[in-house]
Design a protein around this ligand. Sequence first.
Ligand code: ADP
Ligand code: MG
Length: 341
Amino acid sequence: MSRTELNQLGEFALIEHLTHEIVIHNDETLLGIGDDAAIIENTSACTLVSTDLLIEGIHFDLMYHPLKHLGYKAVIVNLSDIIAMNAIPKQITVSIAVSNRFSIEALEELYKGIKLACDTYKIDLIGGDTSSSHKGLIISITAIGVQQKEKIVKRSGAKIGDYIYVSGDLGGAYLGLQLLEREKKIYIENPGVQPKLDENRGIIEKFLKPEIRKDIITMLDHAKIIPTSMIDISDGLSSDLIHICRQSNVGASIEEANVPIDQEAQLMALEFHLDPITCALSGGEDYELLFTISPSDHEKIKQLPSFYYIGEIVSPESGVKLKTSKGNLHEITAQGWKHFN
Ligand code: ADP
Ligand code: MG
């Protein structure tokens, strides 16, 4: 691949170069990149805003994270926060700081991933900022979404007796990361050895290029179900369930046998001598949704595919507990899995 140094283009030319193919998908976006500020036409709905900061070496490792996937994932993790409020993401801004270690071509790859996520989920990239950094890559993304006030779902609305649901299999991203870390170590010791990753594309992709569960939001809306509380699983089921319980002032009881585990992750956990259920509970970054619904919506949700009932909301005095398949009760602790390393 050819390498063009960043200083061959000025800042304006670089922004233009990286963003000239960006298209606007939403009518509410009146003005995108190019002026001092973007313009979004306000409607009667609420605007939701969420930001994340990703720093090389802390939140991602470029040794195994291809830049295109990284751009995609950086957008996804932000959109997921908007989705987790039961809202529809519409726009993002992207700010980057890069050192001269990166070439124009490297940034093109990053923006290809950003654009792919935007086109896949009909998101408008409406602005950002560009700076140089002393070392490494820093990406900050802000996502903007909309929803009618009555449909917005917070972490704080769970009530005793509510049912707890998860939108999909867990543990995949965590084991994908374990595998990448193992192959990285092997590669550092023996650069001649090519990593064997083909057989585990599913979990590796779950980690490197996750998706948002926008389909779940749409499905719930069509079924006229508004969850009582919701969060996206970024830190792990345990710690994210604890977030809901703390903010709703309730306890929870979930059943081990009901926690959905990614099949490929299950096999990989055994290879690593890890307990698959621990991986599903504590492994993060799957970006599935964890939500509670009122018992009155139970009949409606049973008609829908792809939801996993995992337990019930109980009184705060009962704590947050896991009932094992053998019938034992364990206190769930927030072993929030700290991102990446
Ligand atoms: P200002 O000097 O007003 O901060 P800039 O020159 O930084 O303006 O940005 C010019 C335009 O390009 C603005 O619309 C800004 O939002 C957009 N922009 C700057 N950097 C990026 C980036 N990394 N990604 C997307 N848009 C960007
Ligand atoms: Mg600027």
